[in-house]
Design a protein around this ligand. Structure first.
Ligand SMILES: NC(=O)CC[C@H](N)C(=O)O
Length: 316
């Protein structure tokens, strides 16, 4: 029985602050493992050994540990927000231009695009996010601005912003993303101008936010699509589907490992953040800049693994 003693049933009270402190200790035990992303030179300046984690409950309580208020480059975590906004504006039309299957390949891979005729596997690899950004740009006229506005509103933090140095660094070293975008355009799957779409993509990746901001901003996914102010962003079934895509594609070719270890939907970025959802209950964001070979934060994975294992809270 002692093994079960630390798990909780869905409705039991959990001492979140205590569990976060333990998760932070699990993260610290990975000290020195992994490397800070440097293929975007401005990202290499991130504080390698920082760690933070926050949890926002579905009804808006916020808990944090470590550097949970410190801002970092959200990078591919932004792909979650471009996706939900594009679905909110345009519904299922999006799925004509992007798939929803795991890619089993690195996030910046070009390889499947050729055999799959310029239709990216899913919205969470770079190729797919470029298509989603293109659609959001058509829908709103300002894709990066739409993501930033949404994050500011949902987090209640109007000072969130884009780091222009990171955006410029991405653009300057963005040969791979430019190759992906041009290849997609050659198949007629970009509606806008390639350079404009890429500029928006780089800008939303370069948004800076803290763990607390992202945990609050993702809360609608734990609330079946309902935003902080009670209005509906997504239909209940759409929110379910976004969570499903996060689970199977949110951490690229390590999504199987993430599901195995953590057992909840999660979206990572090369800035070292991972935003994860416990449907009906809470959202969690963990951050540590050192990445594993698949581009996911070593410390954030360890912390989320500890959280779901110690509490017994997962979708399984
Ligand atoms: N996995 C990531 O976070 C990658 C995002 C980064 N902006 C890129 O395009 O390479």
């Amino acid at each position: 029985m002692h093994l079960a003693a630390r798990s909780v049933r869905h409705n039991d009270a959990v001492d979140y602050q205590q569990i976060l402190a333990e998760a932070a200790a699990a993260a610290r035990a990975t000290a020195g493992q992994g490397r800070v992303a440097d293929y975007i030179p401005a990202l290499a300046k991130a504080p390698a050994d920082a760690f933070g984690m926050a949890l926002a409950t579905a009804d808006g309580e916020l808990y944090g540990v470590g550097d949970w208020e410190r801002r970092f480059s959200i990078q591919s975590v932004s792909k979650l927000f471009t996706l939900v906004l594009a679905i909110a504006h345009g519904g299922d039309e999006l799925w004509r231009g992007v798939g929803r299957e795991p890619s089993g390949n690195p996030f910046n891979s070009l390889i499947q695009l050729e055999t799959e005729h310029g239709i990216p596997r899913n919205p969470f690899i770079n190729a797919g996010a470029i298509v989603v950004t293109d659609r959001l740009l058509q829908q709103t006229g300002d894709a990066a601005g739409a993501v930033l506005d949404f994050l500011r509103t949902e987090s209640g933090n109007p000072s969130l912003d884009i780091d222009p140095e990171v955006a410029a660094s991405e653009a300057e070293h963005g040969h791979r993303n430019a190759a992906l975008a041009h290849f997609i355009a050659s198949h007629g799957n970009l509606l806008g101008d390639v350079d404009t779409v890429l500029a928006h993509y780089y800008r939303h990746c370069a948004i800076e936010a803290g763990c607390g901001d992202l945990a609050l901003a993702g809360r609608f996914l734990a609330r079946h699509g309902v935003r902080a102010d009670g209005s509906r962003l997504l239909q209940r079934s759409q929110a379910k589907r976004v969570n499903a895509i996060m689970l199977i594609c949110g951490t690229y070719d390590a999504a199987g490992e993430f599901a195995y270890r953590v057992g909840i939907p999660g979206k990572s970025g090369v800035g070292g953040g991972i935003l994860a959802v416990l449907p009906e209950r809470a959202t969690l964001c963990a951050w540590g800049p050192r990445l594993d070979a698949a581009g996911n934060s070593v410390a954030a994975m360890a912390a989320l693994d500890h959280f779901t294992t110690a509490t017994g809270l997962s979708i399984f």
